[in-house]
Write a protein of this length. Structure first.
Length: 292
């Protein structure tokens, strides 16, 4: 059956919530809704985020840098609950006028540098520490090709397929079919690339892998939208292989826990301020659920 026809008015007006998940945080204007100063920890890097795929990119990157011994990558990860509108506070808007997570503030410089948009953060950290970003022009460019591929492709997966398949208030055939076709094409692009290379941009683990894995790794591991069977993710064998291998990296396992507020309590670290927090301050420890 076709979707109910809709005739757009000559001038759109904001009169009601759009419905579905996240409807309460969608609005057609920018700027803060309330005054609030952001917290600040003691480490050089201050991250304000949530454990969504875009947020996980940055915590994986920071944990990977720490695993290589870069002490300057020590960070505090402050939780921003986007469903409660915390990204619209005056303090948050000051560091990201676009009111989206994640945002990183580097206090090792004077004045501190704000970095928003997850791809920009990965590139900034890769250049600052000289890690996970190849130095030769050919390899660097290939890595950036795939970094920007993810930034351009991700909205079709999340805001397109994910929204209409999992979050919209009603299932509509046309948008689900449209975005399913595009997401399957994207997975095929990655699968073909990974048939020729162990990692996305070649033989090295780079910021391209860090950017792509939280979205497409979760998808083929059926950890996003509960859509694995629908998308036949097992058919993308090279993508599955890569996804599983990345998931085994200890820094990746730590990074995906940070600012996470759902799932197994033992895998939720709402805020991260010290390396020991992974052992001592996960939600199962805090709530006592691990003692049952």
């Amino acid at each position: 059956m076709p979707d109910s026809p809709y005739t757009p008015p000559k001038v759109w007006k904001w009169e009601a919530e759009s419905g579905g998940n996240f409807a309460k945080i969608n609005r057609p204007i920018a700027g803060p809704t309330h005054e609030k100063v952001l917290p600040q920890g003691k480490h050089p890097m201050q991250l304000y985020s949530l454990g969504t795929p875009n947020g996980v990119k940055v915590t994986i990157m920071l944990e990977e840098l720490l695993a290589l011994g870069f002490e300057g990558a020590e960070y505090d990860a402050h939780l921003i609950r986007i469903t409660e509108g915390e990204q619209f506070s005056s303090g948050f808007v000051e560091i990201n006028p676009n009111s989206k997570i994640p945002v990183l503030v580097d206090h090792s410089t004077s004045p501190p540098i704000r970095i928003f948009e997850s791809g920009s953060i990965l590139l900034y950290l890769g250049e600052k520490f000289g890690a996970f970003l190849p130095h030769t022009p050919e390899q660097r460019t290939e890595t950036l090709n795939w970094l920007f591929w993810q930034m351009g492709s991700g909205p079709y997966l999340g805001g397109g397929f994910g929204h209409f398949y999992a979050y919209a208030p009603e299932k509509l055939e046309y948008p689900i079919n449209r975005f399913t076709m595009e997401v399957k094409r994207q997975m095929d692009v990655l699968d073909r690339q990974l048939a020729k290379h162990p990692f996305i941009a070649g033989r090295e683990f780079t910021i391209a892998d860090i950017a792509i894995w939280p979205w497409y790794g979760a998808l083929v591991r059926n950890e996003a939208y509960d859509a694995g069977e629908f998308l036949q993710v097992e058919s993308y064998k090279n993508l599955v292989r890569w996804s599983d291998e990345i998931a085994q990296r200890p820094a990746v396992q730590r990074g995906r826990m940070v600012n996470r507020t759902w799932g197994d309590p033992s895998e939720q670290l709402h805020e991260r301020h010290e390396a020991g927090d992974f052992e001592e301050k996960t939600q199962d420890k805090i709530t006592g659920q691990g003692d049952e």
